[in-house]
Design a protein around this ligand. Structure first.
Ligand code: F6P
Length: 495
């Protein structure tokens, strides 16, 4: 390892760039989709930053390199790490557990061992590139042990952690055989961010129940232990967002506008396009959505000539068995609905098992009269925010599951309980039949809310809280009255 050091380090399981191999066999890096890199890129450049993460392919061993002004520090994951750490513990233990056990989590000790060892590898790599007193921001459930490992190795660092997925209620979390280690791992951070106020509450409750520490939102008192002084940790909500202006700009472009018109034409000019956009994941409630749509067609409340459901289901975690089964189920249901209700000229469901570039997504949002989000549990759901950002015409109706983080902010959407199929059907009909004036009123309120909290606001709030926590800890040697701070996001207004 070289002796290069950075003042600001971001760590996430995946790097913000994907490795692509061109036709002539040369490898290059392309910005991966997602807002995190957009939000953090300016901060990284200003602060002399580095990003630590996995390059997305097994056994890829690479030296650090520069990408668009950001230093990239790749972590190697072997085929065995992928199987036990990524597909196993991350996506077949933690993912289902943290999403309310919609699918059963599997607990295997060898997966846990791999999780510990990969987290240690990340912590070592971060420690090796962090300058004295640097700020480190660790992301998501794949790296929950990193804050503590890092604090042990480098007590001089300021450490933030943000959990992008939900944090479950104690009754569910307590199933985890390694629940204490996870909680202790996270408490190595100075600030722990969650999507929803409820997630932060679930975490604090788990700390009280498992460790007996006293908590008074948003402060958790971590008592003195051995050589480690007492500390105060902040656990609170920082709802993530998207690059709102960038998305709107894209949606306004003549190319995207033309493509949106083309999409409608290619679908046979239906009166209404209903859109679903998800990773193909069992947490997204795609089956519930298809059931509701199929019943509306069966009952004649919708006619295939009038309405098309476009379902984008981007491929995800395809080596995990639960995901394989889900794909079979969804594709069978789509086939059945199209077989039962499609005509030569009109398909009921246009199902697309691909990921699409941002431009195509923006065109789909512009074309869609209704966006249907039926997630059974979702940390935030950025698709809902992207749809709102793209609707600069103040039109379109958002039907949004109340089990998404986004529903805390987007209160003027049509909120649904996706388990209540009759309720979903009624909401779809209401969205389709909604008068222009009401659509406009609701969308304007949604747009105002999304503009107030874009991804830059999110990252700035988090980093401000982190700087403040460290400043106060420094003033008093590790402990003082953080409770006086203004915790604005915890009191986010309900629209
Ligand atoms: O936000 C949840 C998350 O798991 C991210 O950490 C991740 O980048 C994204 O969803 C996609 O998942 P994966 O990295 O497993 O393909």
């Amino acid at each position: 390892m070289s002796d290069e050091r950075y003042d600001f380090i971001v760590a996430s399981n995946r790097l913000p760039v994907d490795r692509v191999i061109d036709d002539d066999g040369t490898a290059s890096w392309r910005r991966s989709p997602g807002g995190l890199v957009t939000a953090l890129e300016p901060v990284m450049r200003d602060a002399d930053g580095a990003w630590v993460g996995w390059g997305g392919q097994a056994d890829l061993e690479l030296e650090p390199f520069d990408w668009d002004g950001v230093r990239i520090v790749p972590i190697k994951l072997s085929e065995d790490d992928l199987e036990k750490f990524y597909e196993g513990f991350c996506n077949d233990t933690l993912w289902p557990l943290y999403h309310d056990v919609i699918a059963p989590p599997h607990y295997h000790r060898v997966w846990w061992d791999s999780y510990v060892s990969v987290n240690q590898r990340f912590a070592n790599a971060i420690a090796a590139v962090s300058s004295q007193g640097a700020t480190v921001w660790v992301h998501d459930y794949q790296l929950q042990l990193v804050p503590r490992m890092l604090r042990q190795a480098r007590p001089d660092l300021t450490i933030g952690f943000f959990n992008h997925i939900p944090f479950p209620a104690y009754g569910i979390f307590s199933q985890l055989p390694w629940r204490v280690q996870i909680i202790e791992g996270l408490l190595g951070a100075d600030v722990i961010g969650f999507q929803r106020v409820a997630d932060a509450g679930n975490f604090s409750r788990a700390v009280r129940r498992l460790l007996g520490y006293s908590t008074k939102s948003p402060v958790i008192e971590v008592p003195h232990r051995g050589a480690h002084p007492a500390r105060r940790v902040i656990a609170r909500a920082f709802p993530i967002s998207i690059d709102v202006a960038g998305f709107e700009h894209l949606a306004r472009s003549p190319e995207v506008q033309a493509r949106a018109r083309q999409i409608r034409e290619d679908l046979g000019n239906p009166k209404t396009i209903v859109l679903g956009v998800d990773r193909l994941d069992y947490t997204k409630g795609i089956g519930h959505r298809l059931k509701a749509f199929g019943e509306l067609l069966a009952e004649g409340r919708l006619k295939v000539e009038d309405v098309t459901l476009v379902q984008v289901a981007s491929p995800s975690r395809e080596r995990v068995e639960t995901y394989r089964q889900l794909r079979d189920e969804i594709e069978q249901t789509v086939g059945r609905i199209n077989g039962d209700y499609g005509t030569i000229s009109h398909q009921a469901v246009s199902y697309l098992h691909h990921g699409f570039p941002r431009e195509e997504m923006a065109a789909l949002y512009v074309a869609a009269d209704v966006l249907l989000v039926t997630a059974l549990r979702d940390g935030m759901n950025l698709v809902a925010k992207e749809y709102v950002a793209a609707r600069f015409d103040d039109d379109g109706v958002l039907v949004l599951s109340e089990f998404t983080g986004a529903s805390d902010e987007l209160r003027t959407a049509l909120l649904i309980n996706p388990h209540d199929i009759d309720g979903v059907k009624d909401a779809v009909m209401r969205a389709i039949e909604m008068p222009r004036a009401e659509r406009r009123k609701r969308m304007r309120a949604l747009r105002k809310r999304v503009r107030e909290n874009d991804v830059t606001h999110w990252s700035e709030s988090f980093l401000r809280a982190l700087a403040e926590a460290r400043r106060r800890a420094g003033e008093t040697g590790g402990i003082d009255a953080l409770g006086e701070l203004e915790w604005t996001v915890d009191r986010a207004p309900r629209a």
